[in-house]
Every structure is written in structure tokens, then in C-alpha cells.
Ligand binder design. Sequence first.
Ligand code: IPE
Ligand code: IPE
Ligand code: MG
Length: 255
Amino acid sequence: MSDGPRPLSPGIESAPAHVAIIMDGNGRWAQMRGLPRQEGHRRGLEALRRTVRNAGDLGIRVLTLYSFSTENWRRPKAEVSFLLGLLRRFVENDLAELHEAGVRVRIIGSRADLAPDLRLLIERAESMTAGNQGLTLVVAFNYGSRDELARAARALAADAAAGRLDPQAIDEDMLAARLDTVGLPEPDLVIRTSGETRISNFLLWQAAYAEFVFTPVLWPDFDRKALEEAVAEFHRRERRFGGVTEPTACNVGVA
Ligand code: IPE
Ligand code: IPE
Ligand code: MG
């Protein structure tokens, strides 16, 4: 992460460092065309590949993509296995190309209940690309924020019970250090496609001060223009982080 962002398309200011996307609307995209939901997921994978390229071009440093939630196991068995198969094929087929492009791959989410071969595949993708300096691609897979926070709480409790940690000393940094996202910057911009305006258990802790952009575009249709529009919207926002925008106006006379 040492080299700075690349030049942007005309009219686009420097990109937010970390963009996270809730990739939603595959099913509706397919339904609208009288196609099976699986076709929507297949086209969604193409949108994912396209977005990885576009994010790199725009100078985004970290791109987090929500690909499968801890709640998505509630879907019909056939759809779940199709989605698992897609992820498997994505890692198998695209890893070499991503590595070549300097992409660093991170997977967040619970690995405990994944098939051993899938876990191995994930570990290989991470270790192979660990030294890369380009875009960091974070794939949220079997991810749920509540599960992540519960696992972090368990880790803190285990350290305290073993006498390695004073419970009174636990602070925000110690909790953040036990989340799957340890070492990553917090998202600046969270995009959700398909017109839904909810967070669906995604990065609850990390997105505390993120800007949210909701677009009606269905995920399989998400293209460069849609990404650039979301980034442009991000630049129209005023981030205050609980402070004030014009400190001189309000702080006059304050000791
Ligand atoms: C997003 O599309 C993909 C996943 C959640 C895995 P959906 O499958 O949720 O599509 P809709 O919301 O039914 O249209
Ligand atoms: C959120 O989408 C999860 C992913 C994009 C992986 P869902 O389609 O599962 O969310 P809900 O059920 O509409 O909240
Ligand atoms: Mg959905």
C-alpha cells in the first residue's frame, strides 16, 4: 500500500481509500428476464470481476465485497451450493490473474463451519497474495457482523480468563484487533445496490463513520459509471466524525 492512487477519470476527485459493497439484486435481475436466479448470480460474478478492475483504475486501495452472509444459509439448498460453487470457481480460476495484477486477497467471515477444502483454498489465496502491493480485495464470505463481534468477544474473554488481559483494560482498539478486518482501514464508502436501504449485518462496527450510497442499479448491471457515480456522491458528502466543519466559527473565545 505504498504507491499512491493512480490518475482518475476526468471530473473524479481522489477516490475513497476503502469502498465496501453490498452486492444485491442478482435474483431480481434474473427474475425480470424470466431466467433462473442462478443466472443472476453468474452475471453477478462478472460484475464482481469488472468492479475489481474498475476499483483499481480509480485508485481505490481497499475493496470489500459482501458475497455471502451468515444468514444466506437460510436460502434453498440448491442456491446455497450454487453460490458456494461460484466462490470456489472464482478463487480457483481468477487467483493467478489477481496475483499477476498485484491484488492482495483477504477473506473475512467465519471459517469454522466451511468444508476443509474450501478453507484450504481461502488460505492459499491469502498466503499467495499476502505480499502484493496493489488493490486489497476483501471478500466477505460466510460473514456476519454479529458473528464477528461475538467471536471477538470470545477471544477477549479467553485472554482475560487465561490471565493475559485485564478486563478493565479492554478498549476499542483491543476489540478491533480481534475482528476479521484487523489491519484494514475502516470503509469510507459503503454502497448497496438494488434499491434496498438496509445494512444486513455488514461491517456494523467498521462502518460507524462510513458514508452510505444506495443505488437502484441491480448488481449484475453495476458498471464503471455506477461506481464513479457513487464515488462522486461520496465527494458531495461532508464528513464530520462528530466534530464541526468550521472550527474557527465556533471555537472563537473557547479556551
Ligand atoms: C445478491 O443477490 C447475492 C447474494 C446475496 C448472495 P440476491 O440473491 O440477494 O438477489 P435478490 O435480492 O434476491 O434480488
Ligand atoms: C445481503 O444481501 C448479503 C449479501 C449481499 C451477500 P441479502 O439479499 O442476503 O440481504 P437481505 O436478506 O435482503 O437483507
Ligand atoms: Mg438480496
